[in-house]
Design a protein around this ligand. Sequence first.
Ligand code: DX5
Ligand code: ZN
Length: 215
Amino acid sequence: MIIAPSILSADFSRLGEDVAIVEKAGAEYLHIDVMDGHLVPNISFGAPIVKSLRPHSNMVFDTHLMITEPHRYVEDFAKAGSDIITIHIECESDIDYTIDKIHGLGKKAGIALNPDAELSRVLPYRDKIDMLLLMTVFAGFGGQKYIPDVNSKITEARKIFGEDFDIEVDGGISAENMQVPLGAGANILVAGSAIFGAKDPAAVIKAMREKECAL
Ligand code: DX5
Ligand code: ZN
């Protein structure tokens, strides 16, 4: 299990410190939610944040681009220090072209599906992506409730993509319900409000590890 705290729920006035806390607590990925106000209703931040954080962290920078026309921006994020760049199937770029571009920049590429997007939409890209991101809430905001209807999609994806493939889940995940997506077949858990919204983010990460061992 890989834990990917989402900085969307961090305190932006002390972002470096918040990132250091989760890194020290053993989180492997840093989930970076980029929103443009077009693909999703909300606006967050862009590549300069990635660039500022990069010298301060050795975590895998897992960049979730909730933006239209991501092919125009993937180079900025790659240069800023993203390691994985995930685009939405719903974006308005040519998916093949954009994945090739991400790979050409030496980065891993993922595709994200909102809860209402059929798994079949990602199958044409099955052999070229490094990660599948299954949204367990509708992309756009932190702090939403986990949508259990996605469980069967996680299970189906695990069957299709096989044991060694990375399936990330994102939205409404906490130490309390993490066994649900894990049991369905996910291996990377994003958690925003559950980690950064807690008084002691490191304790939440520890609790998640203990829970995994107890499963
Ligand atoms: C939602 C983002 C998520 C968000 C998760 O659109 O993609 O990564 O930060 O937040 P929580 O864990 O609070 O649902
Ligand atoms: Zn995300």
